[in-house]
Write a protein that binds this ligand. Structure first.
Ligand code: HEM
Length: 128
């Protein structure tokens, strides 16, 4: 198996990842009902994010944590949802690629997941 090396590889990963997310009723409602994502617009944004983060090619400027706080305000993003998300993400990578960039991508997703959950918990506390 090859490592993730370019934007085509990233596209393959996020495409396979979203197939898994959308096939799993425990989490798919977030992408179909809470936020109605358009895959043809969403997948290229994900590729630009991961390209910036893993390949250093730039082009992603949004506030990722705030975007997820906004999703959370509409429908609570629980620890269980983050675990489901990470599980599908890791499988989408491991089933198709292998190498240092794969490991960096999985670590990055874990780290961001932790940051997002801390911010979500903080917002919850501030509302009490
Ligand atoms: C419970 C777990 C998660 C759920 C349910 C979730 C859901 C979503 C949804 C609904 C959007 C679209 C938001 C919009 O367009 O308004 C989105 C965007 C995105 N998510 Fe997540 N997310 C989760 C965790 C993560 C994690 C851990 C990462 C880490 C890399 C991540 C990366 C992204 C990226 C890069 C975008 C694109 C943001 C943009 O449009 O600029 N997500 N997510």
């Amino acid at each position: 198996m090859n490592d993730i090396q370019n934007q085509d590889d990233l596209y393959k990963v996020v495409d396979e990842f979203y197939k898994k997310l959308l096939a799993d009723k425990a989490i798919s409602y977030i992408f179909t009902d809470v936020v109605k994502i358009k895959l043809e617009e969403h997948l290229p944004v994900l590729v630009s994010f991961w390209s910036q983060s893993i390949l250093g090619t730039g082009g992603y400027y949004n506030n990722l944590t705030q975007i997820h706080l906004d999703v959370n305000a509409k429908s609570y993003l629980s620890k269980e949802l983050f675990e489901i998300w990470l599980n599908h993400f890791e499988n989408a990578i491991d089933e198709n690629y292998q190498g240092i960039n794969c490991e960096r991508m999985k670590n990055q997703a874990h780290n961001l997941s932790t940051v997002m959950q801390i911010k979500i918990a903080k917002e919850k506390d501030e509302k009490l």
